[in-house]
Write a protein that binds this ligand. Structure first.
Ligand SMILES: N[C@@H](CCC(=O)N[C@@H](CS)C(=O)NCC(=O)O)C(=O)O
Length: 380
């Protein structure tokens, strides 16, 4: 066989890799239709195109591989966030991680280990989160991660139910003349690498025929600081992320989030593909919190609910039936979740509700009976 063509292909591949990897600060121009041009300046070196982790083959032999590892270790390892107050935040004073996503990590630990405090959180960026889960460094990733087709398939993950239905938004200065996305014509937008929001941005503005310059940063801090220092007219990420980052700006009141949604961002936990039982556990922890809210069982009243007449609640709390064994857990696993961490509404209110700096309306994240789209899958 003539080896020359093969050698040529290898050289071309190497060249392509070098071009992608040497992203430090140069400007790539992306040609788009209707004579709109979107300039993308990569401020930092990123792992690959769009910052996504590369597809890997993940092979786990046993269906209960992760559950066994977690139980043996006695600690649940969650990939998380440290820079997103309300969702995943490392408190510099206490050294504790807090937030909506962190509470779901506590909830899984309560279900699996009977101890909500038995967690270890590894903070990740948009780019590091997928390799961190792929490599087995963490058992589950719970960090405002959007459920997408390619993450579910090519990257080798399985998503659990969405815990927060969101959309991509745009923050701008109130003092600017920008009142809608179209007003950004000729302006500059800051975005974080390795995110859906980075990918959506050029596509969205191409779609509406508006020219913008995009500045890409490695993490939430760098993106926020760039916007705050005036490097960009707009700052884009999930609306939940914008609400969170707004309180960290020098003058939060000087900024507003435009009403338009640029995308759908269903955020939730994910596990490695191939460990079905582990994904079932993570999924049913989420459903446990939604079922509990639907049935009126919360952290404050769960002990009073024990010994009650409602057979559905008795099953949920593990007083009757033997459903827990189907997950390889104790029968009262959902009781542990509710009593130690709370139902969905408890978790939402504690981190994002009226008594927090965010006061985020439930919106889509209300129960379907309250106008949202949270639906309690039957625990039967
Ligand atoms: N939901 C989007 C965006 C998630 C994301 O990474 N958001 C940023 C901006 S709020 C973040 O969490 N950054 C935290 C960090 O870099 O420390 C995705 O899954 O790609």
């Amino acid at each position: 066989m003539n080896k020359k063509p093969f050698m040529m292909i290898v050289s071309l591949l190497l060249l392509a890799l070098v071009l992608v990897a040497c992203g430090g600060g140069e400007t790539q121009t992306v040609e788009v239709t209707r004579e709109v041009q979107v300039e993308v300046t990569r401020i930092v070196e990123v792992a690959g195109e769009g910052g996504e982790a590369q597809p890997v083959a993940v092979t786990f032999a046993g269906g209960d591989e992760t559950l066994g590892l977690v139980q043996e270790r006695g600690t649940l390892k969650c990939g998380g966030n440290q820079n997103v107050p309300g969702f995943g935040y490392l408190d510099p004073d206490s050294g504790d991680f807090t937030g909506f996503d962190v509470d779901f990590c506590h909830a899984i630990a309560a279900a699996v280990l009977g101890d909500a405090e038995a967690i270890e959180v590894t903070p990740t960026t948009g780019e590091s989160r997928f390799p961190t889960l792929q490599s087995g460094e963490v058992d589950v990733l719970i960090r405002n991660t959007t459920w997408t087709f390619s993450r579910d398939t090519a990257l080798g993950f399985d998503f659990a139910p969405t815990t927060f239905f969101d959309g991509q938004g745009m923050m701008v200065r109130k003092a600017s003349a920008i009142g809608s996305l179209e007003d950004l014509e000729g302006g500059t937008v800051c975005v974080q690498s390795g995110t859906t929001t980075e990918k959506n941005l050029a596509q969205y503005f191409e779609g509406i025929g508006v020219s913008i310059e995009i500045l890409v940063y490695a993490d939430a801090v760098a993106t926020r600081e760039a916007y705050d220092s005036g490097a960009c007219d707009g700052f884009t990420t999930d609306k939940s992320g914008l609400v969170s980052q707004q309180i960290l700006l020098a003058d939060p009141e000087a900024h507003q989030i435009l009403v338009e949604d640029m995308s759908r961002e269903p955020l939730g936990p994910l596990t490695r593909h191939g460990d079905n039982n582990w994904n079932d556990i993570v999924s049913w922890v989420v459903y446990c919190t939604i079922n509990a809210e639907f049935l009126g069982v919360n952290q404050a009243n769960v002990d009073d609910m024990l010994g009650g007449d409602d057979p559905v609640i008795s099953d949920l709390l593990g007083e009757t039936g033997d459903l827990g064994q189907n997950l390889g857990l104790s029968n009262d696993w959902c009781y542990q979740v509710i009593s130690q961490v709370g139902n969905y509404g408890d978790i939402y209110d504690r981190n994002l509700g009226p008594d927090t700096p965010f006061n985020l309306p439930r919106g889509l994240n209300a129960l379907y009976t309250d106008g949202g789209i949270l639906y309690p899958i039957p625990y039967k």
